[in-house]
Design a protein around this ligand. Sequence first.
Ligand SMILES: *Cc1c(COP(=O)(O)O)cnc(C)c1O
Length: 394
Amino acid sequence: MKQKAECPLYTVGMLSWVEIDATALRNNLELFREKVGDKVELAPVVKSNAYGHGMMTVTGLCQDMADRLCVNSLGEAAALRQAGVELPIVVMGYVEQADLPELVSLDIQPVVTSLETLDRLAGEVVRQARTLKVHLKVETGTHRQGVPLRELQPFVLKIKASPGLELEGLSTHYANIEDTTDHSFAMAQIATFGAARKAVEGWLGKPVPVCHTACSAATLLLKETHMDLVRIGIALYGLWPSRETLVSCREEGGDLPDLRPVMTWKSRIAQVRSVEEGSYIGYGCTYRTTRESKIAVLPVGYNEGYDRRLSGTGHVLVRGRRAPVRGRVCMNMTMVDVTDIPGAALEDEAVLLGAQHDEQISAGQLAGWCGTIAYEVVTRVNPTLPRIVVNPGH
Ligand SMILES: *Cc1c(COP(=O)(O)O)cnc(C)c1O
């Protein structure tokens, strides 16, 4: 793969940047390899700019350990092919009818959930004199994508009757695995999936090569979900899918996997100024100093992905200590209180997400402050900020 920069808008004057810990990423993937054994495929999920970590950067770092890649859109898959990635790529999201010829010519595996798409693909592989491996998605309880068992037969018969199409995979996705420590809904989904698999294999007259259902939480918690391939997203980036997943894992006993966060988001102080007691800070005058204070300006705001809900709530790290956000987060700037951080000075490094000395601000903590989940926090870091690989190991 040609290692290209993650194409920031500007190549000079970057006021904040994302560091990607290569060793942590590979450690996380190795941990999953150990967990699932040699016979199960590992499919890193690199959709949404690899959950904000940089799709090209992450793919470059882990493709030698991956069996397949999962993305959301054909655009993402095409970008990977353009960069020279030859691994099988599965597009999990919708591909528009007009884009199906491109999908066939790039040899990207779709997850099919409609007969219209399947018919078009059957025609297209003939037209291009190519073959294509497709996956079918079974509805088992999410009611998002997926074909219910009672509607599956025509899909299978169509594939069977189309010389250029091959049923490579049968998949589903769990509805209620991250949000609870009770896995009965997931177990019911596994049963529904099993029934669909049996029916499909009956119609097809042979086994489906790759059955896959597991996301990170399922892979961590339920061995019976592993089947032939696991789709690892959030945990690849060293983040627990949820507190409930962590609690469930802990309750099961055994060793907790040592997931290591991959992303650190940094900036530098752009100004430090003393402010008198009783002064207002920022838009809306939502914070008033209660003492003479030292207020630092960080050149990062909600445009860069620093959520406006962190106004008056979040903290950043400066010199290994917490500096609380004062007043509102602006579009490109945020004010923080460094009164209690001796020596805090212009162009000191500030950590918005990640560790500095002995302190840490986790994606989970930022998510808690914002009323969201760690997935959204990392995914929203503006893709135009540079992703820089650190800690390469050897
Ligand atoms: C995003 C996604 C995953 C990965 O989920 P994580 O919880 O991030 O591991 C797996 N499967 C499908 C269908 C997805 O859309």
